[in-house]
Design a protein around this ligand. Sequence first.
Ligand SMILES: *[C@@H]1O[C@H](CO)[C@@H](O)[C@H](O)[C@H]1NC(C)=O
Length: 278
Amino acid sequence: MKLHLVIAFVTLISNFSSAFLLFDSDPKWTGLKVTWGPNPLSSSYFVNQPRTAADAVKQGFQKISDCDVNAKWRGARYVKDGDYSLTLLYDVNGYIAGIQTSVPKSYGKYPKPQIQPPFVEDGDRWVVSAYFTDPSKICSTGRTADEFNQQGTGTNLYVQNSTKPEDSFMVPHKESGMTATKWTEGKCFYTMGKHYWYDLSLDMSCDGMFPMFLLYNGGELNAFGWAMVANLPSKHLEHPSPSTYGLFMKEVPTCLMSSGVLSTMHIYLTDSAYKDLC
Ligand SMILES: *[C@@H]1O[C@H](CO)[C@@H](O)[C@H](O)[C@H]1NC(C)=O
């Protein structure tokens, strides 16, 4: 009799815990890696990035600005070797909060006014920002150690499309949420995922192309990237040429075929890009 009760109790508990696992629908973003490359074993590709400011400093990053609730972005900003194409953002407690890329004004030809914002002015550069946690908290409360341990790299992807970080839009976690948006379904590429581009069309102007793509795997957002119609020098940037665009887009805008190479950066929120099979 007693044994039956114990078994019933254990069954009940395990049903409960699996029910909780089911409700825990947020994928755990367990990592932060940047730059796709053809050789996963090369140290130049899928490069782990520090998820605390303390680790960033240990790895040779330098702080370029403090967390400031009046800035045109949120987070204390760190770069390595003066390469602003990869700028990491940390909250007031030093936990990872977002990422920026930037284009020096001296480049001249990009970004065009149509995408200023999402690009905002930062001295002699243009910067575009995405956050992994609620931008309104990054420079006020930040995350606790417990929250960082539970949530990992972040809870949601917020993209800044104005000069106000708090007005950033949130990207749907589930691919099913994309149907009601202007994001255009692109193609699947192993070690990346199913691409989505913003409002693509054959006859669009490349001057207004939103500088970002999203990546879904198993129906969940777990990576994204920057895509700039410019040829920018950085070891963190990939430089795909027009002949490859058809691998990532279902219908390649005509203007892209004569715009030269792009500068892109794949940004992985997990630590297992090899599992990204769409
Ligand atoms: C960014 O803002 C512009 C101007 O408000 C808007 O037209 C565009 O659709 C926005 N982009 C995204 C990806 O939401």
